[in-house]
Ligand binder design. Structure first.
Ligand code: C5P
Length: 303
């Protein structure tokens, strides 16, 4: 058994997020295009007696270290699947803000699956890892896969998407975390009251997939869409100012990432992203501003 194993996994933005009806299982039917960006959480695992989880870095104070942590559940699930004891000491070093719409918890779970599989020598197949990931959360399979992928079902049914080039983004994390179920619930409420159109059809993903294949940032900028943006704005009106600040500072386009409150602002190129990040760091609307690029690979062993 290896002494120490390190894995890392990326944050994501949804460059397209179409939300359909609420299903009987409590999830909404989605058509989404996930896009992995260069902001990574790192998970280090060592042999131990039973499970122990510790968290350091960004938002460490709000992340639980017991069985409520998705990493804990990932360890139990993998051990059950492989028929081994769930013995490990797991250290999560966070760079991805929590409850930000960036799938930080999912990244931690995906990195933990990869790291523990190596530590325990369980050699679980990629297909089975994906199935375990889907049991942990809708975004965990994508955190394993990375790159760019079309997500259907509740987000867990993935098909890789060809991406022509590399794009540069600035992530602005506006205020405290938003609860994902609360944002989905607000969308249902706004649709039920007629404030937003009903969910009769899922917006097609063809335009954004064509833009990802063609390459120019301006094409991707014109194709960005997120059905969760309106309910996130309804729950957090300051997000409107944050989106306007991003486009006012020169972003080609800006949208709420997933259920928010992160604003993802698309830049023309790397220099543009550095300038945009510097400007947005000065407007006083964001607690963290990060220039990132993507797509990047999913959960991987490090070193
Ligand atoms: O799968 P995950 O645990 O990340 O989902 C968290 C919550 O987000 C779900 O309990 C549900 O309220 C909401 N959700 C949804 N439809 C999806 C994905 C998530 O309603 N496709």
């Amino acid at each position: 058994m290896a002494g120490e194993v390190v894995a890392r996994a990326p944050a994501k933005v949804n460059v397209h997020l179409a939300v359909g009806p609420l299903r009987p299982d409590g999830f909404h039917e989605l058509r989404t295009v996930y896009f992995a960006v260069s902001l990574f959480d790192t998970v280090t695992v060592r042999a131990g007696e039973g499970l122990a989880v510790s968290v350091t870095g960004v938002d460490a104070d709000v992340v639980p270290t017991d069985r409520r942590n998705l990493v804990w559940r990932a360890a139990v699930l993998l051990a059950e699947h492989a028929g081994v004891r769930a013995d490990a000491t797991i250290a999560i070093a966070k760079a991805i803000p929590a409850a930000a719409g960036l799938a930080g918890g999912s990244a931690d779970a995906a990195a933990a699956l990869v790291a523990l599989d190596a530590l325990w020598g369980t050699r679980v197949s990629r297909t089975d890892l994906h199935l375990l990931a889907a049991q942990l959360g809708s975004d965990v399979p994508f955190s394993l896969l990375g790159g760019v992928a079309l997500g259907a079902g509740r987000g867990e049914q993935l098909s890789p998407v060809l991406a022509r080039t590399r794009w540069h983004w600035v992530l602005g994390i506006a205020g405290e975390g938003l609860s994902t179920p609360a944002v989905y619930g607000e969308l249902d409420r706004l649709r039920a009251t007629g404030t937003l159109p009903g969910d009769s059809g899922l917006a097609p993903t063809d335009p954004v997939i064509a833009a990802l294949r063609s390459g120019p940032p301006s094409a991707l900028a014109g194709a960005l869409a997120n059905d969760l943006q309106a309910p996130a704005l309804a729950l957090r009106p300051e997000l409107g100012r944050a989106l306007r600040a991003a486009t006012g500072a020169g972003a080609l386009a800006a949208l709420v990432s997933g259920s928010g409150p992160t604003v993802a602002a698309l830049a023309e190129d790397e220099q543009g992203a550095i300038r945009l990040a510097a400007e947005l760091a000065g407007v006083g609307l964001f607690r963290t501003v990060r220039a990132v690029r993507g797509p990047v690979p999913g959960a991987r062993l490090v070193g």
